[in-house]
Design a protein around this ligand. Structure first.
Ligand code: CA
Length: 249
């Protein structure tokens, strides 16, 4: 065997050996060539609430139902998944929170949407006081498209938010805001499970759906060094399962 062939053989053996070490669930996931890191937490939602009518998502999760929906249950553990439904009493979309701690990381989940539904994965640092409610950057998916936004230096910057609320947005700010979000078309099947991975790394956020890269967005706010929470944001309804959050850095 020539040296070149020997090197190729050893490399292939190494790759094969690495694949054998992967847990079955990771080997089954579609590959998106995104860097993977340590799992901070994962949840398969294979459980029921202690009291059927009381919202009780499980360890580490909380929602805004108490103060936005008069305490009505908006997150239901149903058949081993999370079924999220905004109730008519709610004065805001459903937000479901989980603490994280990373600079760069990824959020993977399975989701199912109906026509008109959307699901956002929001990266948050409530300790950052220059933005509304700590919003840093968000990936949002609908059946017909995904968007990636830098909220920190865009719409959630306190000064810009105030200008937008008062309806007095200077032209240069309006032009700036156009550079703070990017949209990608999608054609997803309604009421079918899809897999999504959102990765935040340095100043770039990327999204892959069903193992295929959808797009990425580079913007300074994404590089914020401390992501302390993720929020799943649902304006109408959505199903979510198999959440896996990894820290890259
Ligand atoms: Ca499940």
């Amino acid at each position: 065997m020539s040296i070149d062939r020997l090197i190729a053989y050893v490399s292939l053996s190494f790759v094969a050996g690495s694949m054998l070490l992967l847990p079955a669930s990771a080997a089954d996931e579609p590959s998106t060539a995104q860097p993977a890191g340590a799992v901070l937490f994962s949840d398969d939602f294979e459980r029921d609430e202690a009291t059927p009518d009381i919202e009780d998502i499980g360890p580490g999760w909380r929602s805004n139902s108490a103060w936005r929906a008069q305490g009505r249950k908006q997150v239901d553990l149903d058949g081993g998944a999370m079924h999220i439904t905004r109730v008519p009493e709610a004065d805001h979309g459903v937000a479901i929170f989980h603490d994280v701690e990373f600079q760069d990381g990824s959020v993977e989940l399975k989701f199912k949407l109906g026509p008109g539904d959307d699901l956002g994965i929001d990266f948050v640092d409530r300790e950052l006081k220059t933005v509304h409610a700590g919003h840093l950057c968000i990936a949002r998916v609908k059946l017909n498209g995904a968007s990636l936004s830098d909220s920190k230096t865009g719409t959630m910057d306190l000064k810009i938010r105030e200008q937008r609320q008062s309806g007095k947005v200077p032209p240069e700010v309006a032009a700036l805001l156009k550079t703070k979000t990017i949209n990608f078309p999608l054609k997803l099947e309604a009421d079918q499970w899809h897999h999504m991975r959102v990765t935040v790394e340095a100043d770039t956020m990327s999204v892959a759906i069903d193992g295929k890269p959808v797009g990425q967005f580079q913007s300074v706010g994404i590089a914020h060094p401390t992501k302390r929470m993720i929020t799943l944001a649902v304006n109408k309804s959505a199903w979510v399962d198999d959440v896996v959050v990894r820290r890259i850095r």
